[in-house]
Write a protein that binds this ligand. Structure first.
Ligand code: ATP
Ligand code: BTN
Length: 326
């Protein structure tokens, strides 16, 4: 169910003050019952709204919506040449941007939404997010090289996120190929989808999901340990500001990746790897397990593991990495 008035009303309520049904109805040139319907719809999205007789409607707690003006302010003057597409609601920023890319969208187009309803994870999995509590966005990067040269890209993006969180005062670890963890709990995920030839040129839609706040009902829907940025920060976390910081680091790191390849980033990446030189299990697509000690990552982003059979290389795709049983 969609209601075209829900988000316009939420943007007005986002100032934290009371807004009477009458004033909202007059502003949007609709009836008071249409306003009431939109308020009820907002509540189905998880937003709690007080209704006080004689005063009107008010949010029970601040709602962190994305706004183009706030993101632009966070990005700073023209130094970050992204083209922003800010949506209140989208099924998936990756799906939307893949479609735009197929229709010729420009390099560095960035789609971001306050409410992603059908977030995609890797391998057909679901990425959970909740209105006002998650940062979900995708960045389109057009490469002259073909898709074959992009095998280390998802690791490069993980490194960019690691550096962005460090700037925000939150040290994180990476888990090959591209999970962002704090205390072994997942803070952010990366999904890269490619278009184009193996020889080139190619386009990458780089999707990033970050948990800003994890309400209980959302935690209950995630089938692995998860953590949110707000629990790691004293001051309130604003999605618009986080996006600005993350995009800045993505631009720096991916530009370096484009010019020098992942080889230039290997040492920095390994320094953040949660299992570097640790004993691990590799869960293979055929449900078998391999065991070994992580020796590092190669210049193409594959994982190097010392096993009984010597050093082996694993490419990401279908493999899941786990700590070895004690
Ligand atoms: P791997 O298979 O490499 O071990 P993974 O188990 O994290 O990684 P991915 O495919 O990378 O799997 O990510 C999808 C998974 O992420 C989902 O199956 C779910 O367990 C988890 N997930 C979904 N939403 C969230 C979220 N908001 N925060 C943390 N984790 C999430
Ligand atoms: C994973 O860990 O499985 C990757 C999760 C990636 C989620 C992000 S949220 C923004 C973008 N749009 C999507 O549908 N997925 C990615």
């Amino acid at each position: 169910m969609t209601n075209p008035l829900t988000f316009p009303i939420l943007h007005r309520l986002a100032d934290g003050g009371f807004h009477s049904g009458e004033a909202l109805a007059a502003h949007f040139k609709v009836s008071r019952s249409t306003v009431w319907n939109a308020i009820k719809h907002a509540e189905t999205l998880g937003v709690e709204i007080f209704s006080v007789r004689g005063k009107g409607y008010r949010l029970s707690q601040p709602l962190n919506l994305l706004r183009a003006d706030k993101i632009s302010a966070a990005l700073g003057p023209a130094s970050i040449p992204v083209q922003l597409f800010v949506h209140d609601q989208l099924d998936s920023t990756n799906r939307w941007l893949m479609q735009q890319a197929a229709n010729g969208a420009a390099h560095l187009s960035c789609a971001v939404t306050s409410h992603q309803t059908h977030g995609r994870g890797r391998r057909g999995r679901v990425w959970q997010s909740a209105l006002g509590n998650s940062l979900t966005f995708s960045l389109l990067w057009r490469f002259e090289s073909g898709a074959a040269a992009l095998s280390g890209l998802s690791l490069a993006v993980g490194l960019a996120l690691g550096q962005a969180f460090a700037e925000m005062g939150v040290p994180v670890a990476l888990k090959w190929p591209n999970d962002v963890l704090v205390e072994y709990r997942k803070l952010a995920g990366i999904l890269i989808e490619l278009q184009g030839d193996m020889e080139g040129p190619s386009a990458a839609v780089i999707g990033v999901g970050i948990n800003l706040r994890l309400p209980q009902r959302m935690l209950a829907q995630i089938d692995q340990a998860a953590i949110d940025l707000q629990s790691l920060k004293a001051e309130p976390v604003d999605a618009n500001v986080v996006l600005g910081v993350v995009l800045k680091h993505m631009l720096q790191v991916i530009t370096r990746f484009e010019q020098e390849g992942f080889a230039a980033l290997v040492a920095d990446w390994q320094a953040m790897h949660v299992y570097h030189q640790q004993a691990v299990r590799l869960l293979m697509p055929d449900a078998t397990e391999r065991h070994g000690v992580v020796a590092g990552v190669a210049e193409d982003g594959s994982l190097l593991v010392t096993t009984e059979a010597g050093e082996q290389r694993f490419t990401s795709g279908e493999i899941s990495l786990r700590k070895a049983m004690a």
